[in-house]
Design a binder for this molecule. Structure first.
Ligand code: ATP
Length: 280
């Protein structure tokens, strides 16, 4: 499968021209996102001074319980969500120092795979017409592969091209979402709980696909998950988030086997079956 993915690799994916190897795909410094309650005027910090670096080809996870700020962080860090403070560099470009046009171009380097694949797809469009629309927005960028080849890359039959989202299973729909992301040749794939809406039986396949897509294209990945098993299967590094702050960061092996923070230990202990017992 990895070979199949490598064939017809998206030219220009990975580092791309003019971007040195040592420039992080994403560098976030002191990121703050605040929400103001319109009724009380109270300010709530969903993200509170987070620093994060994702290198070329790296697969990083943000883990933490529901409401800890993972999605808010990912959206703000990639320039797709609001930011109240801090600095962000995407592929070496400060988001504060570039114009709107460059910002639009840079945003195309980031593709997001969401938790609910059916919610991400337009119910009125067949797979083929959805792809046609994407291609219309970015002709040159998407010309590297045809629709049938693209579907093959995510292990779907081209027969599905004329189906509508409601005619796809959850796993198939998520593969279509991954195909749509892949088509845009991103340098960074943000995967927000990409398997938690899927049947257990297809979760592993979708994760494996994401891993293969990442490896074959050289794209970096920012995975958001509350499921440490998922993170450990796919990611190199983990950032543990609690109440808007990153309380621990490091290689997955270290974070999951020798956690330095009490909260990480709690997360590990709460895992079903206590699969990874933390060393104390
Ligand atoms: N637009 C908003 N206005 C006010 N509060 C918000 C807004 N968006 C998010 N929040 C709050 O910010 C906090 C972080 O939310 P976020 O969705 O980033 O957490 P999460 O870790 O991704 O959670 P989950 O795993 O449940 O998606 C939550 O308390 C949420 O209620």
């Amino acid at each position: 499968m990895a070979e199949m993915l490598k064939r017809g690799s998206p030219a220009g994916a990975g580092r791309g021209p003019g971007i040195p190897e040592d420039v992080p795909v994403l560098a976030v410094d002191g990121l703050v996102v605040e929400h103001r309650n319109r009724t009380t005027g109270e300010v709530f910090r969903a993200v509170d001074g987070v620093c994060l670096r994702i290198g070329a080809g790296e697969s990083a996870a943000v883990v933490g319980e529901s409401g800890s700020g993972k999605t808010t962080l990912a959206m703000a860090a990639t320039g797709l969500g609001p930011r109240s403070g801090g600095e962000i560099e995407l592929l070496g470009h400060s988001l504060d120092a570039i114009g709107r046009r460059r910002l639009r171009e840079l945003r195309r380097e980031v593709q997001i795979v969401f938790q609910d694949p059916h919610g991400s797809l337009d119910s009125r469009q067949s797979v083929r017409s959805g792809l046609r629309e994407l291609r219309g927005l970015q002709r040159e960028r998407t010309a590297w592969i045809d629709d049938a080849g693209l579907l093959e890359r995510v292990r779907l039959s081209p027969d599905l091209l004329d189906r509508y989202p409601h005619q796809l299973s959850g796993g198939q729909a998520q593969r279509v979402c991954i195909a749509r992301a892949l088509l845009m040749r991103p340098r960074l794939i943000v995967a927000d709980e990409p398997t938690s809406g899927l049947d257990v039986s297809v979760q592993a396949d979708v994760l494996e696909l994401l891993r293969e897509v990442r490896e074959s294209t050289g794209a970096a990945m920012l995975m958001i998950s509350h499921d440490l098993a998922v993170v450990r299967a796919v990611c190199d590094t983990a950032h543990v988030m609690r109440h808007g702050r990153v309380v621990e960061s490091g290689p997955c092996e270290t974070v999951f086997t020798s956690p330095a923070d009490d909260y990480t230990r709690e997360l590990l202990a709460a895992m079903p079956g206590g699969r990874w017992r933390a060393r104390r």
